[in-house]
Structures are given as C-alpha cells and as structure tokens.
Design a protein around this ligand. Structure first.
Ligand SMILES: [Fe+2]
Ligand SMILES: [Fe+2]
Length: 438
C-alpha cells in the first residue's frame, strides 16, 4: 500500500483504504478503481492524499513509483482516518538574472526570507507565477507604474474623512434587502424548519436560482444534483443557506450602488479568491468551519469597497499614498480616514447584523497579532495575505505586507498543504466568479 498525493495519482490506481472527510464521513470506498472522473471528484472534495494498492496487490495496475522521489522528507499524521503528509522541500536557489526572481526579491522584501515557511511560500509563488504569466504581468504593471506625483501631492492636503457618518441617521447607507434579515431571523429561531427557511429564500426567485447554481457547482462537489432549496437546506444545513444568501445579497447590493468603485472585477476576484482559498484551507483544519470562513473571506474587504464607492477621492488618495510610500493600504488609510477599512468593515458588518464570527474575521484581516488568534480569524487573515501574494485580483496593496507568524501558526498546517489548496482554488475560482458575479 502506498500513500500518494491526489495530484500525483494516476488513472488505474485502486484505493487501498476508504477515503473519508475530516468529520469521518466516507466519501469513496476501498477498492474503487481511480479513473479520471474519480480523481476529479477527489480533488474537488479537497482530499490531499489517498492510500492506493501497491503494484503487487494491484493485480497489474500501476502503483506509486514517484511518491518517495517527490517527498524526500515526510512525517505522517492521521486525522479521522484520512492521512496527511507534511513535506519539507529544499529551497530553490534564487537566480537574480531572472525577471521573476528579481520581482519576487522586492515583492517579498517585507518578509523574512530565512524563515522556512516563507521560503516554501515563496517557492510556491514562483511556480504559480511561472504558470500564470498574465497574472504575473498584471501584478508587475500595478507595482511598477506609480501614480503621477501631482495626484498624490494634491490628495495629501485632503481633510480626514469619517466613514462612520455612513452608519448614523444622517447619511445612511441603503439598507440590505429585507429578505436577508427575514432569512437570518428564521435561522436564529429554532421553531423554523429547514423547509420553512427554504420557502422564505424562495420568495426571492433570483436569489434562490443563484443559490441553487452555487450549491450544484464544483465548489460543493455534491454526489447528487440538488433540485430544490428545501433539499439544499437538508443537505448543507439552513445556516449555510443563510451564509450563502448573505454573500449573494451583499454582492448584489454593491453591484446596484450608483457610481460604484472602478475596477470591481479585480476587487471581487480578490475577494472570491480569498473566500475559496479560506474554504479550501479549512478542509485541512479541523476547528475551522469551511462555509463560515468562505463568507468571511468573501466580505473581508467590504470596508474598502465602501471607501472607494462613497469616498472615491480619499480612497484613491490612500491607494496612491501606499504606492508612493511602499507601505500597505492599511497603513496609509489613517491619513485620510478616521478608521481603516478593516475597522469600518467590522462596524458595517455589526450594523448589518452579520454573524459575530464573520464580523471578527472582517475586523482582524490585517491585524498584527501578538498571540495566536482564533483559528477562523487566522484562516481569513492568511487567505487574504496569500491571495495578495499570488496577485489574484487586486487587494489594494502595491507591496506585500509581512506575514504575521502567529496567524500562520494558528492554522496548524504544513506549507506542503498549500500546493493542493492553491490548485483547487485556481480550479474553482473561474466558476465561482460566474455564479457570484457573472
Ligand atoms: Fe483588506
Ligand atoms: Fe483583501
């Protein structure tokens, strides 16, 4: 019997053990012949590794000859019967004559390149940009084209803006659609059944149709198609339907705002990338709820969206300032706003009665933790940082902030787990953009 990375598994291998998810639910039976379809499903479920029969036991089917070559040093842990392997790879030497290496030298300049975790992440980033030249070129052009001097000079004289004025009665933001609050009230009331909650969601036919499409997408990878929201509420739980309704409602809300921020595509690509990354990370972290961190990741930057939509001059000035000074957006914002976008996002999410944990993720996604943070907060923090590092969409940062080591440690995973997380995120992102924002 051999343990193989799912991305290295090949058609013809046979499962030597049941494949289970982290809750211990059996997903695929021992003895299953792995063909293209089964391999695709395993990847969609976020399975890292599987046990397959060795060549002898495999009755002529091919076994896993390359495994020990790919993972020269490994330690193994067992979680609910699903094995995961921690790899330690040697760092690839940096070639300063290569434009990608040269760019990464600068891009990672705020991060300690002697740290083994950061070395691994940098190597992963290198491979990612190698395979995604369009993303790399877009990031380089953002970083290498500073705004004209007169733009930021003028903006530096701007008065400080207090975005909290949007939350009082004078200049109020338009309310979220009533349907969201109806769903949330029903979910919080134990007298409502999943079917009754599904009926409330179904009152908004566009929302219901979008939710069904998402539930049946590769993101969930359900074995059977779900044809109604009642069935979806039973399969996924009514809280998850409420979370998805929140995500879709908030995206639609901002799509409908007049004079909304430019470059929305890059904004939502970053937000969805962060959401999917967070959800895929959570499949490897027993104490993180995949669906909750998805919504936290999706909405983590709503404060930034409001800044750009309602205060475009100050919002753009903060962006320019961060670019000119080579600091993170979060460090530039206090010159222009009384609260930064993470603080404002938290205030807004509380005003809109988002789940408490989601508000916490939003408020802390740029935190400089000095102790281990709560796991789900750490997941969204790290997903945001990694999504920025990989240039997925645009985070608003012209330099990559330093990775907070407490947030990384709170995840309790090995850097080797990031490779399948990234591959899966890449595969799911295009479809997710179509469903949420298409
Ligand atoms: Fe942010
Ligand atoms: Fe972000």
């Amino acid at each position: 019997m051999n343990l193989v990375n799912v991305f290295d598994a090949e058609p013809g291998m046979i499962l030597a053990r049941d494949v289970k998810n982290k809750e211990g639910r059996r997903l695929m039976d021992v003895g299953t012949l792995l063909e293209e379809k089964q391999l695709k499903i395993l990847k969609m479920w976020g399975i890292l590794e599987v046990h397959v029969m060795s060549e002898d036991a495999n009755n002529g089917h091919r076994a896993t000859g390359s495994f020990t070559e790919i993972c020269p040093q490994q330690t193994m842990t067992e979680t609910n019967g699903v094995a995961s392997v921690f790899h330690t790879n040697a760092h690839t030497p940096i070639d300063s004559s290569n434009p990608l290496d040269e760019f990464l030298e600068n891009w990672f300049s705020n991060n300690n390149d002697n740290d083994p975790v950061l070395l691994e992440i940098r190597k992963l980033t290198h491979e990612w940009f190698d395979a995604q030249p369009a993303i790399f070129n877009a990031l380089v052009s953002r970083c290498e084209n500073p705004p004209p001097p007169e733009v930021h000079d003028e903006k530096l004289k701007m008065p400080t803006v207090d975005p909290r004025s949007l939350l009082n009665d004078e200049i109020k933001l338009p309310a979220l659609p009533q349907i969201y609050f109806e769903i949330q009230t029903a979910v919080d009331d134990p007298r409502f059944s999943g079917r009754e909650i599904a009926e409330i969601v179904s009152k908004d036919t566009a929302l219901a149709a979008t939710l069904l499409k998402i539930v049946n997408s590769a993101y969930y990878g359900l074995r059977q198609e779900v044809s109604s929201l009642s069935q979806a509420a039973v399969t996924l739980g009514s809280q998850q339907i409420c979370n998805l309704a929140l995500g879709v409602t908030v995206i639609n809300y901002f799509k409908d705002l007049p004079g909304c921020a430019p470059n929305m595509d890059a904004f939502w690509r970053h937000s969805l990338g962060c959401a999917i990354m967070a959800a895929n990370l959570a499949t490897h972290i027993p104490t993180a709820d995949r669906d909750r961190v998805f919504i936290g990741g999706l909405l983590h930057d709503i404060g930034r969206l409001v800044f750009l939509s309602y205060f475009p001059k100050a919002g753009t000035a903060a962006l320019n300032q961060s670019h000119v000074q080579g600091c993170g957006l979060i460090e530039a914002e206090p010159k222009f706003f009384t609260v930064d976008h993470a603080q404002f996002g938290r205030l807004l999410s509380e005003a809109w009665h988002f789940p408490r944990q989601v508000s916490r993720m939003i408020g802390n996604h740029h935190n400089k933790f000095t102790t281990l943070p709560e796991t789900e907060t750490a997941v969204v923090y790290f997903a945001n940082w990694l999504t920025s590092a990989l240039g997925i969409g645009f985070s608003g940062d012209a330099v990559l902030p330093s990775l907070n080591i407490y947030a990384w440690k709170a995840l309790g995973i090995s850097p080797a787990a990031l490779t399948p997380v990234l591959k899966q995120t890449d595969r799911q992102l295009t479809e997710a953009i179509r469903f949420f924002y298409g």
